[in-house]
Design a protein around this ligand. Structure first.
Ligand code: SAM
Length: 265
């Protein structure tokens, strides 16, 4: 498939060597941002996800939510429509502009903040009952210091008794058994091919090919589940619970995605 319609994501001549936390801003260029909603398909994603997040957040009495990786605004908009008070943050100005536009189309004025997670509390005001970091976003971080710093910033942005909800792909399965995806929950768009083109213990390079022949990539860190849970614990989070594809019980290799709930007590 040709990649002529794709805009340059500036991976350089050896894309597999690009393992840089700061690179995400170049990966979400206006070309890929424009395609993101085709990839996730809001209606199908809302249907497959159901009320999972809305219900869990309500059960916990959450009112104020900080969506730290709002992307094009899918969760921010859904949560606003469910009655939550939401602030939408992202480090990419292009993503935030798209989120704002998507919100406006649905009759909402999103409160957007451009903030890199590593300096989150410099740019946001106040504390939140929940911080959500969804869509495999956290695995854009390529070194442990960035991960620790980010989790510490998330912790600090939470009220006492607040909850962090952070999801990730099942990289254990990709690293240990190879890639397979039911493609049911997250990337729901039709006729879009998504798979890891390159995998080693330090990099998973995903390829996204669209029906108009455009091709984009994301370089992500293959975060193992146990390691992610340990980092959260070490930063101070407690009672970490990990769901697999929205279910409490699962066989380890089965889910495409894990969703961690980590409490600040
Ligand atoms: N949550 C959205 C979704 O599920 O559709 C977007 C997910 S997208 C895979 C990852 C998002 O994380 C992008 O919008 C990107 O700009 C943001 N991001 C990645 N690294 C970041 C960082 N260090 N600080 C702030 N935002 C970051």
């Amino acid at each position: 498939m040709s990649s002529t319609a794709s805009k340059d994501q500036a991976f350089g001549p050896k894309p597999e060597e690009c393992r840089d936390t700061d690179h995400y801003v170049k990966e979400y260029n206006d070309g890929f941002v424009d395609k993101w909603d085709d990839l996730i398909d809001w209606d199908s994603r809302a249907e497959s996800e159901g009320d999972f997040f809305i219900q869990t957040l309500k059960e916990r009495g959450v009112k104020r939510i900080l969506d730290v990786a709002c992307g094009t605004g899918f969760h921010s908009v859904r949560l606003i429509e469910a009655g939550f008070d939401v602030v939408s943050a992202d480090g990419s100005a292009d993503m935030l502009a798209k989120a704002f536009e998507n919100g406006r189309k649905r009759g909402h004025i999103l409160r957007t903040v451009q903030a890199d997670w590593r300096q989150l509390n410099r740019d946001i005001n106040g504390r939140y009952d929940a911080v959500i970091c969804l869509g495999n976003s956290f695995t854009h971080l390529f070194n442990e210091n960035d991960r620790r710093k980010t989790l510490a910033e998330f912790y600090s942005a939470l009220n006492h008794d607040g909850v962090l909800i952070l999801d990730q792909r099942n990289y254990d399965s990709i690293l240990d058994h190879g890639y397979s995806s039911k493609h049911t929950y997250y990337y729901c768009g039709n006729d879009i091919s998504v798979y890891p083109e390159y995998v080693d213990p330090g990099l998973t390079r995903f390829r996204y090919a669209f029906p108009d022949d455009s091709v984009y990539h994301l370089n992500m860190f293959p975060l193992r589940k146990a390691y992610a849970r340990r980092l959260m614990r070490e930063v101070g989070f407690q009672d970490i619970q990990t769901y697999g594809d929205f279910k409490e019980t699962y066989r380890e290799s089965e889910p495409d995605f894990f969703i961690h709930f980590a409490e600040k007590k």
